[in-house]
Each structure stands twice: as structure tokens, then as C-alpha cells.
Design a protein around this ligand. Sequence first.
Ligand SMILES: Cc1cc2nc3c(=O)[nH]c(=O)nc-3n(C[C@H](O)[C@H](O)[C@H](O)COP(=O)(O)OP(=O)(O)OC[C@H]3O[C@@H](n4cnc5c(N)ncnc54)[C@H](O)[C@@H]3O)c2cc1C
Length: 575
Amino acid sequence: MLEHDVIIVGGGLAGCRAALEITRTDPSLKVAVVAKTHPIRSHSVAAQGGIAATLKNVDSNDTWEAHAFDTVKGSDYLADQDAVEVLVREAPDVVIDLEHMGVLFSRSPDGRIAQRAFGGHSHNRTCYAADKTGHAILHELVNNLRRSGVQIYEEWYVMRLILEDNQAKGLVMYHILDGHIEVLRAKAVMFATGGYGRVYSTTSNDYASTGDGLAMTALAGLPLEDMEFVQFHPTGLYPVGVLISEAVRGEGAYLINAEGERFMERYAPSRMELAPRDITSRAIVYEIRAGRGVNINGSAGGPFVYLDLRHMGREKIMSRIPFCWEEAHRLVGVDAVTQPMPVRPTNHYCMGGIPVNTDGRVRSSGENLVEAFFAAGETSCVSVHGANRLGSNSLLECVVYGRRTGAAIAQYVQNRKLPNVDEQRYLKEAQQQVQGLLEQKGEYRIQEIRGSFQETMTEYCGVFRTQEIMEEGWRIIQDLQEKSSRIYLDDKGSCWNTEVVEALEMRSLIVVGKIILASALNRQESRGAHFREDFPQRDDSKFLRHTMAYYSPAGIDIDYRPVAISMFQPQERKY
Ligand SMILES: Cc1cc2nc3c(=O)[nH]c(=O)nc-3n(C[C@H](O)[C@H](O)[C@H](O)COP(=O)(O)OP(=O)(O)OC[C@H]3O[C@@H](n4cnc5c(N)ncnc54)[C@H](O)[C@@H]3O)c2cc1C
């Protein structure tokens, strides 16, 4: 059996930042990072627009209190304000620390880190490296990790969390290269496994964002928090769904409908294109529903609107957002200097996740914690984003809470012994699971089931929701889950068998999708990204609380956890 003091699953920003902090705090600890991709292929590398921090380089009036207020208002008052305070107070320090590690941020003419406007932020506080910020940060973090002696298991798929008697003890993992399975035990386990974008048919996320960490946690009997809050980013490039960063609007682009009108005037007159994402995404869908969307031939009544950069000029476009220009050019043949880009909302981010406290310790219920289990980054829910995340606050969360969780783990494992794990039992169960997949004579291809599932989630649990529609979605997904046990694999080999991985990922997708649907059905109000056409108002008397959903194959139980309100009392949310 493999052994480490600490195992971190996930080589994105949150996992790498935590690993680095552990080795900085106590270099004698044996730390491992496991990832199903190479770490620098984690979705973090695709982050474009930037990372928020009140450095005051551009806007000297900015304060951490203003950043906190914007974040809480953006969250539709569901964020835990103690966690938000930590996030925004530590922000300037983590950004400076990144720069000391070697991250090449874009500069203002006087040499300081440049900062741009972003949706829902009242000041220019988003630091960036052109529109490749995630790339710049993740490459430096991984470089630093390589020097720190952390062991990296790359292209290993973690299949199971070993949790016994409310204590995390280790993992079971499958080597994608040759199909062999290992059990790994540790004094502490951390999940930094990212989001679940692939639950939806159109998403800005990469192929690996299948919610595995969320599903493994739920299957181990632990709750997931606030899973009904799914962020749809307003500007996915039509028809591919690839992200066109909010930085494009931060730099001054307009949203226009088929009539050439800047329609955000109707929905958020004070913030226009820089309203938060939930409001902007709904506005685009309203325009499309009202027949003011655009068709491929430019006529009205189509499925997208335009993101118009033409007034910005070639020089600004090429220096500030070159990657977004390139994406539109390469993927849909649009030259944004002279033509508007076709966009519509695309699935983007998971506000909910594995419930944790501000040290990254996982909660087993509203009041209790699990021993030796930690989480950070997009897969976790410390609840700094509540019902709607502001752009550039997620990279920040990964770095602030990655660092804090790393520091907490380094303390936690001092004087702890390695747990006892029945290696043979876990090995055998996992081998049987994989063997079963390889041998079964099923009726369905993975792609058939996965495609129908993603279409169902998109259609029945998207930007707009009602009870009737979601109940129908639930029935379809129950049926698909049953069919998913009757898939067959063409590849029976052990070398780089991606079908085995896809089959395991499909289980994750369906578990996560069901939890999203059940949580969304239960929340009979509209708040942030969760919009119920049958309950269009926010209802603080019943739902100013966090959902805690417990999965079992028989059904999903819902409980609640109170919201921490320390600085700002809930108000009506207007922009
Ligand atoms: C296109 C795009 C642009 C974005 N732009 C911004 C931005 O400008 N600013 C901002 O703040 N946020 C942005 N975001 C959001 C932000 O990038 C993510 O929320 C954040 O990077 C997530 O980091 P993470 O470390 O939590 O997870 P990820 O970077 O997603 O990493 C997850 C890791 O877990 C591993 N993993 C998952 N499952 C398993 C398994 N079963 N076994 C082994 N390993 C596993 C993966 O291999 C990977 O290494 C953007 C997101 C997207 C999709």
C-alpha cells in the first residue's frame, strides 16, 4: 500500500497552492498530489480574465469592505460573511505572494500590477496576465511544486474515498496508463477536484470537469451544499460554448440584440454589461425568447446575441484580450476587430460543493466535522459565492483557501499516526468494479447515455426552472441512471483505456446531476443563479439558509445550515 502524510487530489490552483503551503510550513512532511490529468492541464489553466484583490493600484478608493460588500451582494446574500471577510482581507497578500513566486502579471505604465473592471465589482480591482491569467499562475505554481519535493501522481484516476467511522483514511486510484489499481493511505486527505461543467451539454469547462470529487464525497455518505446554484456565463461563443471572458466586457465591449440595441439598459441600467452573471445571462435569454436574438444570417429571432468589440479598436483588442480574439477567429471564423461575436449563456461554474469551514475542514452535517478530510477550490463550498459568484473571485478563492487549507493540514497531521486500512478489501472491490465494466455485455454506448443526460440537465435544469419541468427531468434521469448500468465498452484492454475512465466519470455526472435537481426542486424561491419561474421572488423567511443534500440511491434527503451574517443585512438586490 502506498503511504503519504498528506494526499491531495487535484493539481489545479487550489490543490497546488495547498501542497506548496504544507511543504512551506513543514518541509519534513511527505505530500502527494494525484491528478487524472497532468497538473498543468487542470481547468485552472484556462482561466482568462483575472484575480480580484484590493491592491488599489488603479483605484485608490477601493477597500476590502467594498470588495466584501460587492461579493455578498453578488451572492444574493447567501454567502457566509465570515468566509468572505477572510477571502477579501487576504487577497492582496496572496496576489503579491504569487508575483514573488514568479507570476508575470500585466503592468500599468508605472510598473505596478494592472487592474481592470469586472462584473459586479464596484472598483477596478481585477489583476490579470492579459487574458491568460490561469495559465500564468498555474505554470508558476507547478514549477514551484516541482522544486519542493512534492510527489506528483499524474494521470491517475481516483475512484473512491476511503472513509470509515467519520474519518478519511485514504484513496483507491486507477492508473490510466496501464490499468493497475493502488490503495493509498494518509494522515489527511484533501479534495481539490474542481467543478462539474460536463453535467451540461454546453459548457466552458474542460472534458475533465466531471464532478468526481463531489460524487465520491456524496457516495461516501457526506452532504453536498447549495448544489442548486449553477452559474451560466453570459458569453459562451455560439455554437461551441467556449468561454469569451468577462474581461472583454471589462475592457468595454457591448452586448447588442438583433435590433442593434444595447439591451442591458432594460435590466441593469447602472452597471449595463458589467452586471453580475446571473442577471446578464437571464437578460440574454429574455432577449432571445422575445425574438430579439440573432440568426447566423443576421436576421432576428435567432438563438444568440452579439458581443460587439468593434468600437474598441485593433490595438486594445490585441494587447488586452488577444486570446478571446483568437478563439472567435479560430472556432467560428469571426474577426472581432470588424465583426461582432455570436454569444449565448454557457454552463460555467459550480457555486455549491463539499461543505467546509474556513480552515478547509469538511463538514459531516450542519454542526459536525469529518476527521482528516479537507477540501478547497471549486469543488468546495466555504460559501464565499453564495447563490452567484462574481468573476475573478474564484481564482482568488482557490489561492486564499488553498493556502489556508494547506496551513491547517500541516498542523492537523502533526502527531497523527497513519490509519489502518484493509488494503485487500478495497483493492478487490475496485478490481471487481473495473473488471465488471470490461466484461459486461451491455446494450448502450457511454456516449448515448451521457449525451442524453447532458441534454436533459440543460433542458430541464438550466437558466430558468419550474417544478413541473424539473420533475420531468428527474424521471428521465432516473431512467438514464438505470440504463447506465447496462453500458458496454469496446476497449477491453488495460493500456490507456479511456473508456473505463469515461464510464467511471459518467457515474459521477449522474450522481451530481441528481443532487443538483433535487436541491433545485426543493428551493422554492429565486435567488442568484437559481431562478424559479413558479417562485420568482427571493424568500428570506424560508430560504435564507444553505441546502445540505445527502445522496443515496433511494433518494436525496435535504437539510439546512444557517448563513453567517456579520457585516451586511440582506437587502433587495438591484444594479
Ligand atoms: C474557461 C474558464 C475561464 C475562467 N476564468 C476565470 C477567471 O478569469 N477568474 C476566476 O476567478 N475564475 C475563472 N474561472 C473559474 C476558475 O478557473 C476555476 O473555478 C478554478 O480554476 C478551479 O480550480 P480548482 O483548483 O478548484 O480545480 P481545477 O483547476 O478544475 O482542477 C481540478 C483537478 O482535479 C483533478 N481531478 C478531478 N477529478 C479527479 C479524479 N477522479 N482523480 C484524480 N484527479 C482528479 C483534475 O485532474 C485537476 O487536476 C474560469 C473557468 C473557466 C472554465
